[in-house]
Design a protein around this ligand. Structure first.
Ligand code: DGJ
Length: 734
């Protein structure tokens, strides 16, 4: 069992991989946080020493001796109103008397083998051969009949603990949750010098890693857009000062959720830090009638003593095993060609077939028909919701096109945007109130479209019917599920006035229900998530869809930053990356085709250009790329990532993927701007077996080099000839 209850000391000791997490029930019944760090194997003496100092302006907890104040105790699920002035994890409004005070005390616990699924929400999962145990601690506020069940699942083979909370109205009066975070951890240690790491950006430049020194007060990232968003990711990490890719302590928090979130750290007056993650309390409320329960999303907590690289590798291994849909997580993904940047809305069947035919000749395995095939969709003003083929563009229909493409040996995939409705559509004319809106208020449009109210079962049912009809009738093996605007005038025609603030969360629950239904009913289809590129790149989506279009920016140089930042939390196998045309459509940059290929060799590789319009030399390079990708994709799907040079630090970026048995590796190095008379650089590799000798192949040349030489002396990096130059080495142990 990875969970121990030491009854005489009121301790719970959670042993997750090489990490330990310790909780204590105080003598007044408060759930305290004592430790989260490197594994502790001994008798734990000293760990349960909890400071009690009589501090000015930190009031004494009612019924406790002077000096016992929630303002200074490190806690696990804090509330506001009785001596803790820091950010709470839970706020509950009591309509009967208007009070907002909640005081939680220990009421019991349960330890069981395995991991329960969460009601209505995606979560990490285990199989029978996996070792994981779950601790449920029940806290209650007897006065108002409120019960809080805190779930901790501890994984034997990973330094990971998942947390969530179930809030139950066990009383007789209605309650209203105004804030219910998934996890809160108080570090009663010196993390004051720590760095706060966040992944933030914008459309086409998602998930840049930002590092800032933790300062007194609250530092937060959040989304108020209805989706996890391009702007901030539901991920934060606290890294020991001086921590780098391989050294130093890092503690990270990631939320398995795709809607409004909050992730924050509060450094308090005594240099203690409270880190929290969960649904954003902004514009959120949830009515709990007597007997009702509310389940929060799951938070993933990971500890690394080996720097950011250790954190990422732990998360990647964990997500590959326990988050991605089991049927897809180890499956090699097809090389695809997508017609979006090749044609936009301007295509006919012959044009599509020509791209697919060129792809077939060059080793591509899947053709994806993107936006514009349905309704009267000649531009982005119309037809979302009308999921039937446009016979003007495709007179033979989808099945005919798909069959002809399949006859070339290439599979067929299709784009949908199921959550959206165009004002200019048959669906909107028939159901003008099916969108998210507030009656009487003008409806803000984004990309000329509105968002369907997925909190409503009849809306989800109609979309399921029209989309699934196509999936049943057409030989489709891949779907790109897009989402191209954020939520405004958030309200649902189906909810009463006092439940309107539930709309945003109910929308996400409805989305999950539909994603679950589609993926269950069409298990042969590979689903790829997308939201104007990487606007919804989060563990909630990855629980259903094993890969996500990482960004609408397909420029290889911008992608260095985007993929590097994304890799802090997510494995390469989840990041779709394509080679696109030059000048690049987003930034106008011209990069070599080789560099575009090398950068797109992450996990899920493809093309987004007119392959038929390429020169013979370019086609030869594409043929080389597809042949090579097929050799290494198993490695890219399952290997460990080592980031060697950061795009944020210099003109160079480098990363490598090493197979778990250390027998194979792929190293990528990109120089952004070439330097005249440049120094002779060496690249020190990591993660190899120092006692093995590797065949190191670059292009047509091969040398044999010892693992220790590669790691300690490094590989000589050829001087870049021209800007945006890349080098790739493929290593195999002899
Ligand atoms: C946004 C996506 O990110 C693009 O790849 C493309 O599918 C367009 N939408 C189509 O409208």
């Amino acid at each position: 069992m990875s969970i121990r209850h030491i009854e005489d000391r009121s301790l719970f000791v959670l042993q997750a991989g090489a990490s330990t997490y310790v909780l204590k029930i105080s003598e007044h019944g408060v759930l305290l946080h004592l430790y989260w760090g490197s594994a502790l194997g001994g008798p734990l003496d000293g760990v349960d020493h909890c400071r009690v100092l009589d501090r000015a302006f930190s009031p004494t907890l009612a019924g406790a001796p002077k000096g016992v104040s929630l303002d200074t105790l490190p806690q696990e699920y804090p509330t506001h109103g009785s001596s803790d002035f820091r950010q709470p994890a839970l706020e509950v409004f009591q309509p009967t008397d208007g009070s907002r005070i909640v005081s939680l005390r220990y009421a019991g616990h349960r330890i069981e083998a395995g991991k329960p699924a969460l009601d209505g929400l995606p979560s990490t999962h285990i199989e029978s051969s996996d070792a994981a145990d779950t601790l449920t601690i029940t806290l209650e506020d007897k006065l108002i009949g409120l019960r809080v069940e805190l779930l901790y699942t501890v994984f034997n083979d990973h330094p990971v603990i998942t947390r969530s909370a179930r809030i139950v109205n066990a009383g007789t009066a209605p309650l209203e949750i105004r804030r219910a975070l998934s996890a809160s951890v108080d570090f009663d240690t010196d993390v004051a010098g720590h760095e706060f790491i966040q992944l933030s950006g914008a459309w086409a430049r998602e998930r840049d890693a930002h590092f800032s020194k933790l300062r007194p007060g609250v530092q937060a990232v959040d989304s108020r857009r209805g989706t996890s968003s391009h702007q901030h990711s539901p991920f934060i990490a606290l890294a020991e000062r001086g921590a780098d890719e391989e050294h130093g302590e890092v503690r990270a928090f990631n939320l398995v959720y795709s809607g409004n979130f909050l992730a924050q750290a509060e450094l308090d007056q005594f240099a203690c830090t409270r880190a929290q993650i969960g649904i954003n309390p902004f514009d959120f409320a949830w009515r709990l009638a007597p007997g009702d329960a509310f389940q929060t999303p799951e938070a993933v907590l990971v500890y690394s003593a080996d720097g950011l690289g250790g954190m990422s590798r732990a998360l990647h291994r964990f997500y590959r095993r326990h988050l991605l849909p089991a049927a897809w997580r180890d499956r090699e993904r097809p090389i695809l060609v997508n017609n979006w940047e090749a044609t936009y809305f301007n295509f006919d069947a012959a044009k599509l077939e020509a791209i697919a035919t060129a792809g077939a000749e060059l080793g591509v395995e899947l053709f994806v028909l993107d936006d514009g095939w349905f309704g009267k969709r000649d531009n982005d003003h119309t037809s979302l919701g009308d999921w039937f083929v446009d016979r003007k563009k495709l007179p033979g229909g989808l099945t005919d096109l798909a069959e002809r493409i399949k006859a070339r040996g290439v599979e067929f995939g299709l784009w949908f945007e199921p959550e959206m409705i165009s004002v200019e559509s048959e669906l909107h004319r028939a159901h003008p109130d099916w969108c998210i809106h507030v009656p009487g208020r003008p409806r803000t449009e984004g990309r000329q479209q509105l968002v369907l109210d997925f909190s409503r079962a009849e809306v989800r049912e109609a979309i399921y019917e029209s989309v699934s009809k196509i999936l049943r009738e057409t030989p489709i093996t891949y779907v790109k599920w897009d989402m191209n605007r954020h939520l405004t005038e958030v309200g649902s025609a189906a909810l009463p006035a006092d439940r309107q603030q539930e709309t945003a969360h109910r929308f996400v629950l409805g989305l999950y229900e539909l994603m679950g239904r589609f993926t269950r009913d069409f298990p042969h289809i590979l689903f790829e998530g997308c939201s104007g590129g990487g606007g919804r790149f989060d563990p909630g989506i990855l629980a259903y869809f094993p890969q996500i279009w990482t960004s609408d920016d397909s420029d290889a140089i911008q992608r260095l930053r985007i993929q590097y930042g994304t890799s802090l939390a997510y494995p390469f196998s989840t990041m779709a990356a394509h080679v696109s045309a030059v000048p690049n459509h987003q930034v106008g940059r011209v990069t070599p085709l080789r560099t575009r290929g090398d950068v797109a060799f992450t996990g899920t590789f493809g093309y987004e250009l007119d392959l038929g319009a390429m020169t013979d030399d370019e086609k030869a390079e594409v043929r080389r790329q597809t042949t090579f990708y097929k050799q290494v994709r198993g490695l890219l799907m399952s290997g460990d990532l080592y980031r060697l040079k950061s795009p944020y630090d210099s003109q160079e970026t480098a990363w490598m993927i090493v197979s778990t048995d250390k027998a194979e590796a792929l190293v990528t190095h990109v120089t952004v701007l070439a330097e005249p008379n440049a120094p002779c650089a060496r690249l020190k590799l990591r993660g190899l077996d120092p006692s093995k000798t590797y065949r190191v192949r670059r292009g047509d040349t091969e040398t044999c080099v010892a693992g220790d030489v590669l790691m300690h002396a490094g590989l000589p990096v050829p001087v870049a000839l021209g800007d945006f130059h890349s080098v790739q080495w493929h290593l195999r142990a002899m």
